[in-house]
Design a protein around this ligand. Structure first.
Ligand code: C2E
Ligand code: MG
Ligand code: MG
Ligand code: MG
Length: 277
């Protein structure tokens, strides 16, 4: 028994230690994240989006944290902590502002004047009372055509009051802002939700695209999303197009819009500008 107790003690202290470390990591990340906003350590990367004629129609803005010691951190490393701590709110404001600034620049260039920018909005941000006002504020400040701005929301917004979600979306659509449902097929959305939401677009999650060349079920899922979207008059973007074979096969299935490493990687704005000029 003593032996067991000892063992358990070790066990507990091991987990204690782990929990403490985890808490400490979160705390560190929190304090560093709050400084990161003031110190301007975020950067928007852009991943170009293409149609079936291989023309660029826009880009998704993807945040990166240029960390002073850890290098370039992707959103998976900090967005969930930002959401839990509320720091996602100032971060999103920063994202909206910078995307509008970039749209203002692209609007003036003939080559990019029709491009859209899609930004990711987390459920926590979307549920803020002043969310629509913040979007309006930066659209006006940078004099951008509202229909060039696309908000990517995930199905996680649907766990909240659905009528409120619809009324906010409607307000955004009324001023011209486009709305996309990101990571489609991985969340809770039912077809009934889909019918009732004022969406422009759904993005097929890359888990369905990954194995499309050798998994019949994934083909069936992608086909039915395309069919459903067509009858609901929604655009469809296939995410995670990693190879030429993916791209060709998706075109055969009737998909018209694409995003993925095969077409373009998320890049610094300088690299995109170099491509425009
Ligand atoms: P997402 O919105 O679904 O964005 C697509 C993610 O897939 C990006 O990862 C992109 O780099 C990656 N990706 C693109 N093409 C391919 C491909 O061909 N293969 C594979 N394997 N991956 C591909 P990233 O940039 O790490 O972003 C991850 C997630 O973080 C995003 O998923 C989005 O949910 C979130 N996120 C990014 N930026 C922001 C932001 O500004 N605000 C918020 N709230 N969330 C953001
Ligand atoms: Mg997205
Ligand atoms: Mg996605
Ligand atoms: Mg995602």
């Amino acid at each position: 028994a003593l032996h067991l107790a000892k063992k358990n003690e070790q066990h507990f202290s091991f987990f204690d230690e782990q929990a403490k470390n985890l808490a400490q990591t979160h705390l560190d990340t929190y304090s560093q994240l709050s400084k990161a906003i003031k110190r301007n350590q975020f950067e928007l990367y852009y991943q170009l989006q293409y149609n079936h004629k291989n023309e660029i129609f826009g880009a998704e803005a993807l945040i990166r944290w240029i960390h002073p010691t850890q290098g370039i951190l992707s959103p998976d490393k900090f967005i969930s902590i930002a959401e839990k701590t509320g720091l996602i709110i100032p971060i999103t404001t920063w994202v909206i502002k910078n995307a509008c600034m970039q749209l203002n620049i692209w609007q003036k260039e003939p080559k990019s004047s029709s491009w859209i920018i899609a930004i990711n909005i987390s459920a926590k941000e979307f549920s803020q009372d002043d969310f629509v006002d913040i979007v309006k504020k930066y659209i006006h400040m940078y004099e951008i055509k509202a229909n060039r701005l696309k908000l990517e929301l995930t199905e996680s917004i649907l766990v909240k009051d659905i009528d409120l979600v619809i009324s906010k979306m409607t307000k955004l659509r009324e001023i011209g802002v486009q709305i996309s449902l990101d990571d489609f097929g991985t969340g809770y959305s039912s077809l009934q939700y889909l019918r009732n939401l004022p969406l422009n677009q759904v993005k097929i999650d890359r888990v369905f695209v990954n194995n499309i060349l050798n998994n019949k079920n994934d083909v069936a899922i992608v086909k039915s999303i395309l069919l459903l979207a067509e009858s609901l008059n929604l655009e469809v973007v296939a995410e995670g197009v990693e190879t030429k074979e993916h791209y060709k096969f998706l075109i055969e299935l009737g998909c018209k819009l694409f995003q993925g490493f095969y077409l373009a990687k998320p890049s610094k704005i300088e690299d995109i500008d170099a491509l425009i000029n």
